[in-house]
Design a protein. Structure first.
Ligand SMILES: Cc1cc2nc3c(=O)[nH]c(=O)nc-3n(C[C@H](O)[C@H](O)[C@H](O)COP(=O)(O)OP(=O)(O)OC[C@H]3O[C@@H](n4cnc5c(N)ncnc54)[C@H](O)[C@@H]3O)c2cc1C
Length: 392
């Protein structure tokens, strides 16, 4: 079978792989994208998807750049204007308001399939992209010219100077490149569902820190909210088995009835939560981006945003170079240096928050509640933190 040549092969057309492909084709490069499963086409009347992301301003800018953002807005996205965070173990409370920052909103809550399908529409229209789907990578080897060759389960063979692993936390490319991964099982699950509440969500992201983990209500259209509730794994499983009425009551109580009773609820699912870091983000002719390189605790909803930062950093580095240089170890090291520190730091900060808010000792509770209230009273400090979270 003929070997098909590309400037780069991106394995995985999730949000991160799709964004990277969109950025690289802007320079007229020839890109292959391999994806085993395409999302269902978006229907305006469809129920909300269970997986949503809080898209930061920096991620929004990247999606604008690849012409996917207008498609996202035309489908379904909800701007949130404030964030209210409080501690169940005391009186500590903090509020971030977009008006205090001179911004219209703090970001958007968007269903993952809305972003992914918008990116795929953009890629499908571009003649520089060849989409191999439904296809999986089965092997990877070196070529005589110093590039990489991958074979798909369909038998097709693709060659390029750079193979990008954007294939998520169970990355096959990471394994085929011989990179190990350090995992930390948090012993927790993220329980997700969609609810409607008695009181309006006020375009606010609500987050209450409970001793078992944080509970977030993220605003969606028509008064609905997407729920991400981090819980010890056994408790999450118990909540999945409860009757709808029982769970609605437990959930409203867990949010301290800030939005009143739960009046409508969709299906529930729970995902095991795992922190992970690949031993390296690069190997000969290979780079990892997004969840294939790292996964973090979802308590601040930064997973996709970190992955998009990887895609932007890699595209900025590669765009001015000839594609012959795309597999250069020296160049790829620059990418790794630019991203790994930020990813590890974010992971550690999230784990720090998880530990701090998981403590039941009175002295820790007092310290963190006092800290939250002091923090809330210093607008400049709050603005600085928020600007950095938004990627401004
Ligand atoms: C409960 C929960 C809540 C979360 N909430 C948020 C949030 O609010 N905000 C946020 O930013 N992040 C959140 N995250 C994290 C976020 O979902 C991930 O960081 C993000 O989806 C990673 O994107 P990705 O494109 O790197 O990987 P993925 O979304 O996993 O995409 C990988 C792609 O690769 C494909 N693939 C897999 N195997 C192969 C193969 N062998 N060959 C080819 N392709 C393959 C897959 O089909 C998929 O399309 C949350 C995570 C969890 C568990």
């Amino acid at each position: 079978m003929t070997i098909l040549q590309f400037d780069a092969v991106i394995v995985g057309a999730g949000i991160v792989g799709g964004t990277l492909a969109g950025l690289l084709i802007k320079g007229g490069r020839k890109i292959a994208v391999v994806e085993p499963r395409l999302p269902e086409p978006f229907e305006p009347e469809s129920d909300f998807e269970l997986r949503v992301s809080a898209i930061s301003r920096a991620s929004q800018r990247a999606l604008v750049e690849v012409s996917a953002w207008e498609r996202v807005l035309a489908k379904r996205a909800h701007a949130y204007e404030a964030m209210q965070v409080w501690d169940a173990g005391g009186s500590g409370e903090i509020r971030f308001d977009s008006s205090e920052m001179g911004e219209a909103d703090l970001g958007h809550i968007v269903e993952n399939n809305v972003i992914q399908s918008s990116l795929l529409e953009v890629l499908a229209k571009n003649t520089h992209v060849t989409l191999f789907t439904p296809s999986k990578v089965v092997s990877m080897s070196n070529t005589e010219s110093g590039g990489r060759l991958i074979t798909l389960d369909t038998g097709e063979q693709l060659s390029a100077n750079l193979i990008v692993g954007a294939d998520g936390s169970q990355s096959v490319i990471r394994d085929l490149a011989g990179l190990s991964v350090m995992r930390e099982d948090y012993g927790q699950k993220g329980l997700v569902t969609v609810v409607k509440t008695e009181q309006a969500h006020q375009n606010t992201a609500w987050q209450r820190f409970l001793s078992g983990g944080p509970l977030a209500f993220l605003p969606l259209d028509n008064g609905y909210s997407s729920i991400v509730w981090t819980l010890p794994a056994d408790r999450a499983d118990r909540h999945l088995k409860q009757s709808e009425d029982e769970f609605k009551r437990v959930l409203a109580e867990a949010l301290d009835y800030r939005l009143g009773a739960i009046t409508d609820i969709g299906p529930r699912a729970a995902f095991p939560l795992m922190g992970s870091q690949a031993s390296a983000y690069i190997a000969t002719g290979v780079a990892l981006v997004g969840d294939s390189a790292h996964t973090i605790h979802p308590l601040a909803g930064q997973g996709v945003n970190l992955g998009i930062k990887d895609a932007v950093a890699l595209a900025e580095l590669l765009s001015p170079l000839s594609s012959r240089e795309w597999g250069s170890h020296k160049r790829l090291r620059q990418y790794e240096r630019a991203r790994k520190g930020d990813d590890v730091l974010t992971m550690k900060v999230m784990e720090g928050f998880k530990t701090l808010f998981g403590h039941d000792a009175d002295v820790v509770k007092l310290a963190r509640n006092t800290g939250l209230n002091i923090f809330n009273s210093i607008p400049l400090l709050k603005q600085q933190i928020m600007r950095s979270a938004m990627g401004l």
